[in-house]
Design a protein around this ligand. Structure first.
Ligand code: FES
Ligand code: MG
Length: 578
């Protein structure tokens, strides 16, 4: 089925286009070097490219965009590349999370304001995936996501290194005096050996896998290593797919249904994926007009086993996962769990999502487990409630290094912000013990700002030296998907807006009970009221600019940290190209 092309309103028909503006647009296309036959009647495909010199995870996307365009031309489309903002997890401070909604806005407005019939969204480094999908959902055009692909496995003296995960591990080894400067330098060079996003099951691999299971990326595409030739071929196929979707007028929200988000959540758990996915999925669902809450995740987590034996919770890396059959093979195994997935949803590749994963097989049953031999019988992520987190908190309990801490009461040691924590954590004056509950505040969406990934709070050197490898740690921060430890995250409301976390004092007893899904501050209500009355709101972080826009419109973690004016339903007019 072919539908009228949106770009037609810009270009018109015939030599002049039939109206002054169309004539002008045609004249400018001539200036760009195109003959009318190259674009007339063809779907215009915007290739949104997050390549940048500062983004090692996307350094191959400039070349990959050429392969996308090859696919677009071959399928009879007209490709136009748009450089868009890059969200480089490593380099952008305080955190690219501050700018996720900015890229989402840029994506939406580019797709709305230019003569575009369809889009290819190129990304992979953590927040770029949700940002592009949120923007495309709000613009609601036909679109395909092109996952940047994981980098090759790291190497240190013949051992496989995981980006992120092993960074933290060897840094702690160095702090504890167990490895020398030169050894650490060697680790530094071996952690990230090729273009591509982090190759652990961190936020990047989690989010690109989500795009695939939602049905908006090609089946099998998210697991292909960035530098594999299969990634080049996939890019060309993505270009051709965007043309087919644009011709048929199949918009992205047709794929982003409630069932699709349930399957995405189930996949996050089956992968042992990143806790960041909860925030992003809530925000993405909101853009698609689907209500999806923290409680949905807890319900789904309990019915889904962890099947991927991948770091940080398991042993392997994305390269092994790809060779073991990749995400499609995992979905095939997961589909055997009653009610875990909805196979009859559509895929951008045509047919149903289930029709694709039905074809897949597992080649290494240690890397991709079957439901009767899972890594963990439940999803490994719990949503907590209690007087310390009335709007919820999250813990990825399979990343705990000491399972006895999952039910624990201990005295709080409170740091008011990250600078204070960093400066003071190793000072013995705080006298932390293995029973202490380490508390960080001012690390939420507004207080952070941007909810930085501080959530894996550092263990004091004096405890590391004594052999302590884990503590209960709680904050309103996020945690990198490659981190580990008994870390309670995303406490809502955050301390900066006066959430109960702001009222905790050193020495207060805090109880974490993952089984009961509770996080409790053992201080009576009268005392809490006294502390609340004495609490003074901190000064705003930003006085002007994007930061000021951000802090006045960002929602809390349980709402997805979208901007309230972007999250709400509503209709904006299409631009008139005349
Ligand atoms: Fe880009 Fe990890 S730094 S995905
Ligand atoms: Mg990360």
């Amino acid at each position: 089925m072919s539908t009228a092309l949106r770009s037609q309103a810009w270009f018109g028909e015939g030599v002049t286009g039939g109206h002054l503006r169309a004539f002008s647009h045609r004249s400018r296309l001539a200036q760009l070097g195109y003959e009318p036959g190259e674009y007339e009647g063809k779907p215009v495909i915007a290739v949104l490219n997050t390549w940048s010199d500062i983004n090692p995870c996307h350094m191959h996307l400039r070349e990959r965009a050429e392969q996308v365009k090859r696919g677009v031309w071959q399928a009879g489309g007209f490709p136009l590349e748009f450089p868009v903002s890059t969200l480089s997890e490593t380099f952008q401070k305080p955190t690219p999370m501050l700018y996720r909604n900015l890229l989402a806005m840029e994506t939406e407005e580019l797709l709305r304001s230019y003569p575009i019939d369809g889009a290819v969204l190129m990304g992979g480094c953590d927040k770029s995936t949700p940002a592009l999908l949120m923007g495309a959902a709000s613009a609601d055009v036909p679109a395909v996501f092109l996952p940047a692909g994981p980098m090759l496995r790291g190497n240190y003296r013949g051992q496989a290194l995981g980006s992120g995960t092993d960074l933290w591990k060897y840094w702690d080894e160095h702090r504890a005096g167990r490895i020398a400067d030169c050894d650490l330098a060697e680790v530094g060079c071996g952690l990230a050996r090729s273009p591509g996003h982090c190759m652990t099951m961190g936020t990047a691999s989690t989010m690109t896998s989500i795009a695939e299971v939602l049905g908006v990326a090609l089946p099998g595409s998210a697991s292909i290593p960035a530098v594999d030739s299969a990634h080049h071929r996939m890019a060309a196929k993505v270009g051709a797919t965007a043309v087919a979707l644009a011709r048929d007028g199949r918009k992205i929200t047709g794929f982003l249904t409630r069932e699709a988000f349930e399957d995405a959540a189930a996949t996050v758990f089956a992968l042992g994926g990143s806790s960041n996915a909860l925030i992003h999925l809530i925000a993405m669902a909101g853009r698609a007009g689907v209500e999806f809450t923290l409680d949905d995740f807890d319900v789904i987590s309990r019915r889904v086993p962890v099947l991927a034996n991948l770091r940080p919770s398991g042993e392997h890396l994305m390269e092994e996962f790809y060779f073991a059959g990749g995400l499609q093979a995992l979905l095939h195994e997961l589909s055997a769990v009653d009610g875990a997935l909805h196979p009859d949803r559509p895929s951008v590749a045509g047919g149903t999502v289930g029709g694709h994963w039905d074809q897949a097989t597992v080649h290494d049953p240690d890397v991709i487990r079957s439901p009767d031999r899972p890594c963990s019988p439940e999803g490994g992520l719990a949503v907590l409630r209690g007087n310390l987190c009335p709007d919820g908190a999250v813990i990825k309990y399979i990343a705990s290094q000491k399972p006895s801490l999952l039910k624990h009461t201990g005295p709080a040691v409170v740091f008011d912000d990250y600078a204070e924590l960093r400066a003071g954590i190793d000072d013995p004056v705080h006298a932390l013990t293995e029973d202490s509950v380490l508390v960080l505040r001012s690390a939420g969406p507004i207080g952070g700002p941007g909810m930085p990934e501080y959530g894996m709070l550092p263990i004091p050197a004096y405890l590391l030296e004594a052999g302590v490898t884990d503590l209960v740690r709680i904050s309103d921060a996020r945690m990198s998907g490659t981190s580990y430890g008994t870390c309670v995250l995303h406490i809502a409301p955050e301390s900066h807006v006066g959430g109960p976390l702001a009222l905790v004092r050193t020495g207060d007893l805090i109880t974490l009970d993952v089984e009961a899904r509770t996080l409790t501050l053992d201080v009576d209500e009268a005392e809490l009221t006294r502390r609340r009355d004495a609490w003074q709101a901190p000064a705003p972080k930003f006085e002007r600019g994007y930061g000021a826009l951000y802090q006045s419109h960002i929602t809390q973690a349980d709402q997805g940290c979208d901007f309230d004016f972007l999250a709400r339903p509503g209709h904006n007019p299409q631009p008139d190209p005349h």
